[in-house]
Ligand binder design. Structure first.
Ligand SMILES: [Zn+2]
Length: 480
């Protein structure tokens, strides 16, 4: 009897191993096989233009009254002086005062146009940190093979690389098959009003774009476990949503010498603690599934096996993701308490306690669904849950089989040899989320390699990144 059982057990193990191995070996590559041409050296003038662009303090403050119009107008004039052919041959419209929308007519009106986006504005230098910078943040300089300065990585590299490429192609007498729009917002870091207005303008003109390309994912050689040293282009195909909820508890207050069993603070603290105790369900969004399908086959054997057999290894893979904050944010809606307010005096039990929780929504989790879930978890009618601000649903997901995605994918393969690419979900937001009515195919990708100091101190991109960016946009535009 025991022997029989053992044989059955062995058979099951054998069968399982066979299924796992067959699935692993048939988990085949989806990478494009294209021969790249080495990128030409960056010309001195192209480098100067990038460095000069950094000197314009096109800063977005939270308060729009602080916007320094002379910097934005100066930057706009700089662009028209630097790229005369572009300004002579493309139509330029100024939208919302400072955003720039260029239209480059294509030869073939039957083809849907494409939209290339970048933003002019940069985040401020946090007060008191100027001294920590190794260079003047608004003086573009080259040091240690990097281009330093605020906006170098976010997002002037894209804006200048696009302008350089268009100007260069115009010099050669090139006209694209499809019409190309260049949409350069001026307040991406705050309100996105420029991008919203440009998107509305295009929708009002019935523009249906084959592709909208904006900043987003990058080329990384460091960040993907198991793939260190390999170049991987991450093409953002969706963005998480965001929402802030206000939790409010009102209870009779009084003297702290005779406290009630439960005070407003107790009730609210328990509510927040209940919310934090239970995580939202872990799930692979369509973008993350794409990431697995495109990168899994390229990974070392053990990871490849796990990704090829998610039906079995899902719990293990989830716990791998959960090991880092970033990984955890990729697989679920997250919730973080960010403001907690109550009480004014040592010996007074307050009547009111409020808290703000900030949520980032996984594609597929709608804000209304998440609010219901928050209420269910709190399960206490004394805690009022209200939407405070900042509601943004997660975006739709761009399919990697779409023509728009494929154009970006082939351009990066043509521009950079030995590169892998994969869809992925953006945790941060970009202006392109306002363009969902303009196109179903929105790709969020900045063709640069592991920039440093994004939104922080010593922001910089490598010279190599700029070279790749220029070559990438040339492949993309000339293939349109
Ligand atoms: Zn940006």
């Amino acid at each position: 009897m025991i022997k029989k059982l053992l044989i059955v057990l062995l058979l099951i193990v054998f069968l399982l191993a066979a299924i796992i191995l067959i699935r692993t070996f048939s988990f085949s590559s989806r990478q494009m096989q294209l021969a790249a041409t080495p990128a030409p050296a960056v010309s001195e003038s192209a480098l100067d233009h990038f460095l000069n662009s950094i000197s314009f303090k096109t800063i977005s403050y939270g308060d729009s009254a602080r916007l320094d119009s002379t910097q934005f107008i100066g930057f706009r004039n700089y662009l028209s002086d630097t790229y005369p052919l572009t300004h002579a041959q493309l139509k330029r419209e100024i939208v919302k005062g400072y955003s720039l929308l260029f239209t480059w007519e294509g030869k073939n009106k039957e083809l849907n146009p494409i939209v290339l986006m970048a933003h002019q504005d940069v985040v401020p230098i946090e007060e008191g940190t100027e001294k920590i910078w190794s260079t003047d943040p608004f003086k573009g300089i080259v040091k240690d093979d990097f281009i330093w300065g605020r906006g170098s990585a976010d997002d002037k590299i894209n804006l200048i690389a696009i302008m350089e490429t268009v100007e260069k192609l115009l010099q050669k007498g090139f006209q694209p098959q499809r019409s190309i729009y260049l949409a350069f917002g001026h307040d991406e870091e705050t309100f996105g009003s420029g991008a919203i207005a440009m998107a509305e303008l295009l929708v009002s003109r019935n523009v249906k774009a084959e592709l909208v390309l904006d900043e987003g994912g990058m080329i990384t050689r460091e960040k993907i476990p198991g793939m260190k040293g390999k170049s991987v282009a991450l093409l953002g195909t969706s963005e998480k949503g965001a929402m802030s909820l206000q939790l409010e508890v009102e209870q009779p207050g009084g003297h702290s010498a005779m406290p009630a069993d439960e005070t407003a603070i107790d009730i609210l603290a328990r509510a927040v603690s209940n919310l934090r105790d239970e995580k939202f369900e872990a799930r692979f969004s369509l973008s993350t599934k794409g990431f697995v399908e495109y990168l899994g086959p390229e990974m070392p054997f053990v990871q490849k096996m796990a990704f090829a057999n998610l039906w079995l290894f899902r719990p293990m893979v989830n716990s791998m993701y959960e090991q880092s904050k970033e990984g955890n944010a990729m697989i679920r809606t997250t919730l973080a308490p960010t403001i907690f307010n109550s009480g004014v005096k040592d010996n007074v039990v307050p009547t009111l306690a409020t808290a703000t929780v900030n949520l980032r929504l996984l594609p597929g989790d709608s804000s209304s669904m998440v609010v219901r879930e928050v209420e269910r978890r709190i399960n206490d009618s004394r805690v009022k849950v209200k939407i405070k601000s900042f509601v943004r649903e997660a975006t739709a997901v761009t399919l990697p089989t779409s023509l728009g995605y494929q154009k970006v994918d082939s351009a990066i393969h043509l521009a950079h040899g030995e590169i892998l690419s994969a869809p992925f979900m953006m945790i941060a937001a970009t202006d392109s989320r306002y363009f969902q009515e303009v196109s179903e195919n929105i790709v969020k990708f900045s063709p640069m390699v592991d920039p440093i100091g994004f939104h922080g101190i010593d922001e910089r991109v490598s010279l190599e990144s700029y070279q790749i960016a220029l070559w990438f946009f040339e492949q993309l535009i000339s293939g349109c």
